[in-house]
Design a binder for this molecule. Structure first.
Ligand SMILES: NC(=O)c1ccc[n+]([C@@H]2O[C@H](COP(=O)([O-])OP(=O)(O)OC[C@H]3O[C@@H](n4cnc5c(N)ncnc54)[C@H](O)[C@@H]3O)[C@@H](O)[C@H]2O)c1
Ligand SMILES: O[C@H]1[C@H](O)[C@@H](O)[C@H](O)[C@@H](O)[C@H]1O
Length: 337
């Protein structure tokens, strides 16, 4: 059976996912698309030669019998109503991060999913599918470096547009670390603090960049994450876990080493699309497989909610400069899988 997928939001990552579903993965096809900008929907389906129907709104697409499962790849602030509509229609839904831009928005999705009694939501935390992060998790779980004590991480983008404001360093960027480090350490967060180094002159005037987020976990691990979205030189993701007896570091992406003109060098990637290309493939393969059985796999809406609770605390910490507690309600038994 071929899974008919409807895509809501045909911008950068919507198109990437449409390409991989059409040209890389098997078991699914894009049967429908919608975008608030109709021209974006039209120009997304044309190069792929798709015969997908273009709907006016997300709810229209979700209600269509030609849609078995839904991909939400619109702006973060627009995710919640469409994910809720898909859950209420009983259709599996893959939602790009963040699941919603507030913890309350995520909580509404969690409650709708639990009320429906069936897992239907996968959140696009693709780093959990990255081979490097998976190796790191295995080493920690197998006690290869002793219990983790500290994590040093960095999330650097070459540059961002003027629509990227200070809070987005949390909701849009740090949200990846918030999720993946919780999963990596099998831990929850206790407190967060944000400190601002000297401002980069490459950041536009409404953006504080770089930022350093300091996190304390329930088990007492201390984490520092540098968020630097105008680093200029490339797209660079670093993660080093220091344990009681050793240290484990995320591997660099494979790149050819060259010796030329008296220099020894390796290329540095510049685009998230390339850095996590394999992880995006695997996460969507997981989605197609589960959605074909009427359910969802991978990072859950509870994970999306947990990340949003920590993100809300970080935004408060950005504004107050204080150490802010992270208060996580107890996980419903529904999410113990
Ligand atoms: N996992 C990752 O590494 C990753 C990478 C990039 C983007 N993202 C996430 O994916 C989402 C989209 O990001 P992007 O870079 O593709 O943005 P984008 O601006 O390129 O595309 C978003 C598209 O959604 C459309 N849109 C907005 N609101 C809509 C609505 N209510 N209904 C239908 N269409 C709507 C816009 O017109 C636009 O075409 C964001 O949540 C972002 O955080 C995740
Ligand atoms: O939406 C993007 C995407 O999630 C990237 O993975 C991240 O590095 C960027 O900071 C963010 O703006």
């Amino acid at each position: 059976m071929t899974l008919n997928i409807g895509v809501i939001g045909t911008g950068a990552i919507g198109r990437e996912h449409m390409r991989r579903i059409t040209q890389v993965l098997s078991g699914a096809r894009i049967s429908a698309v919608t975008d608030v900008n109709r021209a974006a929907a039209e120009s997304a389906i044309a190069p792929l030669g798709l015969e997908a129907e273009i709907f006016l709104t997300g709810p229209d697409l979700i209600a269509s019998p030609s849609v078995d499962a839904v991909l939400v790849t619109s702006f973060g602030a627009a995710h919640e109503p469409d994910v809720l509509a898909a859950v209420k229609a009983g259709k599996p839904v893959f939602c790009e991060k963040p699941l919603a831009t507030t913890a309350q928005g995520c909580r509404n999705i969690v409650e709708a999913e639990v009320a429906g009694g069936r897992r239907l939501v996968q959140v696009g935390f693709m780093r959990r599918y990255d081979a490097g992060y998976r190796m790191l998790r295995k080493i920690i779980a197998e006690d290869g470096i002793g219990a983790p004590l500290m994590v040093h991480a960095a999330h650097r983008n070459p540059g961002v547009g003027t629509n990227y404001v200070t809070e987005m360093a949390i909701h849009d960027t740090l949200i990846h670390e918030i999720d993946v480090l919780r999963w990596l350490l099998d831990d929850d967060y206790k407190t967060v603090q944000v400190v601002y180094p000297r401002r980069s002159p490459n950041a536009h005037e409404n953006l504080r960049d770089p930022q350093i987020v300091l996190i304390e976990t329930a088990k007492g691990v201390r984490i520092d994450v540098e968020i630097f979205v105008n680093c200029v030189y490339g797209y660079d993701i670093q993660c080093e876990v220091v344990g009681e007896t050793g240290l484990a570091k995320l591997p660099e992406p494979m790149s050819i080493q060259t010796r030329s003109k008296a220099r020894l060098s390796n290329e540095i990637l510049t685009d998230w699309k390339d850095r996590f290309i394999d992880a995006y493939d695997v996460e969507l393969r997981d989605f197609i497989e589960a959605a074909s059985k009427g359910t969802a796999a991978g990072p859950s809406s509870w994970d999306g909610y947990a990340a949003a609770v920590a993100a809300d605390a970080c935004v408060e910490a950005q504004k107050s400069g204080q150490i802010v507690p992270v208060t996580m309600p107890e996980k419903p038994a529904f999410y113990n899988f």
